[in-house]
Design a protein around this ligand. Sequence first.
Ligand SMILES: [Mg+2]
Length: 185
Amino acid sequence: MKRPAIFLDRDGTLIEEVNFLSRVEDLRLFPFTAEAVKLLKDSGYLVIVVTNQSGIGREIYTVDDMHAIHAQIQVELDNAIDAFYFCPHLPDDGCKCRKPGLGMIESALADFDIDLEGSWMVGDKKIDVETGLVGNISTALVLTGYGAEHQATLETFPTLISTNLHDAVKSIIDSTPKARPSRFV
Ligand SMILES: [Mg+2]
């Protein structure tokens, strides 16, 4: 059975923004993260992280460093994240996976039976909003991380703007699923 997914940005959305986070000891979940993710899981959503990690391409940290951080996130969230997809490339590498490209979402669509009409992209940057718009799914901008800064210069607008992930999740769960055209159908 198809399930809606929440495509979640990582840095500044699920966890505190740390410039090029490379060490597990610098990982900080927001105080509301565990509750927000639990609400999503209890409501039947797949929770899928899609994260640009150009620090790998910049050789600031390795894929293994990043996997160690993801493993610790799973420990702190009781394995609630269904999958992590990452883009290791630099902004000018011309890859298809770096947001606002859809490569990571397309990978998730290949791996899971996803109801895109009920799915959302949630993140703190303009590129997260653009990713949702390019994929024609609902979008939420959170004001944690770079969110407040990016809100001031938005050129394309999300479905909703929320104080943080927890508020976004409450709004998403309360919203009636809308029939939206999707480039994936
Ligand atoms: Mg972010």
